[in-house]
Structure formats: structure tokens, C-alpha cells
Design a protein around this ligand. Sequence first.
Ligand code: 13P
Length: 247
Amino acid sequence: MSKLIVGNWKMNCLAEDGTALARGLAEKVKQSSKPSDLALCPPAPLIPLIVEATKNSAVSVGGQDCHWEGLGAHTGDVSASLLADLGCTHTIVGHSERRSDHGETDAQVKAKAEAALEVGLVAIVCVGETEAQRDAGDAEIVIGGQIACSLPTGGTPDTVVIAYEPVWAIGTGRTPSLNEISAIHGFIRGKALESHGLGDGLQILYGGSVKPSNAAEILAIGDVGGALVGGASLTVEDFWGIIESCP
Ligand code: 13P
């Protein structure tokens, strides 16, 4: 299975630079002989522009979040059905910045992932420990709990992707060692099998300070199914460098 590389633009880009970035990547993909599986997750209002900019290319577009309900009175939220209607194929749910900035709980993340599945989106469910939890030796307990309680019921390896993002590695330039990434991805695979029957074929992405200079060694790890990239997804050069690092 080819590695999935997802660019999470977070709250970055305006219309002009976002469109140029998406166009630049779509052009690279068209010119490349290497098959790549990549998705861009722009801020929600940019989605129509990015879908248009990547039309007729192999670049997919995803949301950064969705609400757990269908349409309704939820000011400021975005429904999974609108994401799908606009041309998205994926959505991130449970990113640590949403868990910390908006107090999202595992139960809410699970409901969001189920809402995504309901309308045919692939749910990219994020898990990961904080530095304090890691220092206390609790990383596996935290991640195991997030897997048990945030993954959707009824998901399959075709509809659910897990992104392991240690909170302390996001935007810091620090990453776990390759052995640590390998071990935790193996742990996540075991837990997802135990709690949700998701085993072989489940893609588990690594996220947190992935850049062109470390992508090849991270993506070479067998249990790493791809990368969820923040800062380095904001320029064509860096993001393409990561995509080209896929084994
Ligand atoms: P950085 O790649 O900027 O560390 O961000 C990772 C992330 O949070 C992607 O969702």
C-alpha cells in the first residue's frame, strides 16, 4: 500500500497563497512518474478553491474537523456532509490542537469520526501524548485510551486512518527516535485490532515535525503508513521533498 501524506495547513494561508500552493503541488504530481497518495487539509473556507486548484490531479482534499451532527444549529461548525458535498474525501478529527483549544473529548472525536464515515469521508483520527504524560511514563496508557474511546464504531482500514502525533513533537522540531516511533506504531496497531478489529491494512500516520530531512527515515519504518505534516506542508518545495521521500 502506498504511503499517505497529508498536509494539515491549520489556520494558515489566505485565498491567493493557498491556491498557488495547491496548484504547485498538483502540477508536481502530474509531472511525477511516482504514484503518490496525498491530501491537503486547508482551512474550511478555502476548500472550494483548493478542490478547484487540484481538479484532475491525484491530490485529494480534506477537512481539518467536522461536527458530529448532520446539519443544524451549531454556529461556526462545519458538517461532514458539507465537506463531502464540496469535494472532500477525508477529514481530520481529534487533532491535539482541537482537543486542547476546544476541549474536545474522546467521545466527541468518536462521534465526529462516525459522522465522517456516515457521509463517505475517510476519518483521520489523531492520538498522541503530551510531554508531561510521556515523562510520567504514561504514553501508552493515554494513547491506548484514546484509541479505545475515539475510534469510530464500524470503521475499516479503508475508512479509518490513525495519526500518531506526540503533542510535544508538533511544531517543535523534536521527534521521537525511530525506534520509539516504530514501537508506538506497533502498539497502536495492536490496540486498534483489540478494540475495533482494525489490523492489517490499517494506515497509521506519524505526525510531528516531519520535514524533508527526516521524512525518508520515518517513512521507511514498516508500521508507518504515511505522515501528517503541518509546517512543512506550507511550501511546495518542503511538502514535495517529503512526498519524494516515500520509499
Ligand atoms: P508540524 O509538522 O508543524 O510539527 O505539525 C504537525 C501537525 O500537527 C500536523 O497535524
